[in-house]
Design a protein around this ligand. Sequence first.
Ligand code: GLA
Length: 408
Amino acid sequence: MGWDTWNHFGCNVDEDTIVSAANAIVQNNLTQFGYEYVIIDDCWQAPSRDNQTGAPVADPTKFPNGMEYLSNKIHSMGLKFGIYSDAGTLTCGGHFGSLGYEEIDAKTYAEWGADYLKYDNCYNEGLAGTPHISHERYANMSRALNVTGRPILYSMCSWGEDGPWNYAQTIANSWRISGDVMDSFDRYDERCPCTSVIDCKLPGFHCAVSRIIDFAAPLGQKAGPGHWNDLDMLEVGNGGMSFEEYRTHFSMWSILKSPLILGNDVTNMTNETMTIITNTAIIAINQDAAGSPANRMWKRSISQGGETSLWAGALVNNTFVFALLNTSPVNQTVEIDFVDVFFDQGPAYQTQPYEVFDLWQKDDSGNWGKNIGTIQGGMNVTIGIHQTMVWKAVPAPQASTKRNYAEL
Ligand code: GLA
């Protein structure tokens, strides 16, 4: 969990942008909710590397005190420091990339005190097209990071090209699954042309949130602790979606166990934005130690467009999460059958009663996750336009049919 400059600031980044954001993260207590990485995305670089050593250099105008200074400052605030580069000759913004410079770059990032590397895929000289070629190119940086001895979270950003979910578990901590997210719930955009990311030949950008959810649906099986599907940075708070849509965005990224990297201006947030990004019950699902992404158990097309879908996943301690998503433009009444929710667990789980908690409602003490009762078999719900409802299910103690000795 953390914050990244790109979605809101693009290339307009400098020391002030980062320090102000880090201050806002601390002042808004976002650290308490788990947000800790402060990541500088593209455009931090000087026009060229150090011409003596070949080491990467930060833009001296944007970062007059250098990266080590900035990193120390971020660490002194109790946060972690993330940097960005690209497994190509240039970054997507046209700055120097790391292809062929993996060792010196990793060493320099470690000296700067980096805790996270986002590693992009532009200008890769065509070194893609098979999983093996992509693996080798990304593994070079993985090895170089490991040689430094500093723990650095390695976040691959190859947009799902060559199916990193099939090979990246042993070299990276997360991998992007698609082209870049756009701050829109379902806007059609031909620049994100693939209908599925499996064998997608042009990941592109301007991928709407509902599209990325669809892309992620089959990939949960490939992720787990230490190796995650990255659905891209959050757009919550950037203004292109409604409150309900942003709740869906945050809920789905959470239950699919995507990294939660904020992408808004954290120095200027509405109450609605804060409400969404600080829902502790939803965050707990994202951070659940079992690390098991929810799976889509069914989807049903709606005649006016979009669909309803049911998602379910296991959590630690024999508890479960399930969610209903409505991407259609009409309210829907849906019957949720526990045979579907607990399909993976089998008949005993499908028939037993559960204490069910609605994770977008607060209980009487003001904590997220309201107990809505003991429920057996299934439930009927009405769901709004573009809404996601998320519940946690805890097996309820069943009345014992045996009488104990003392009662006799
Ligand atoms: C690519 C990445 C984005 C961002 C930009 C920066 O498009 O996918 O997340 O890092 O490059 O140029």
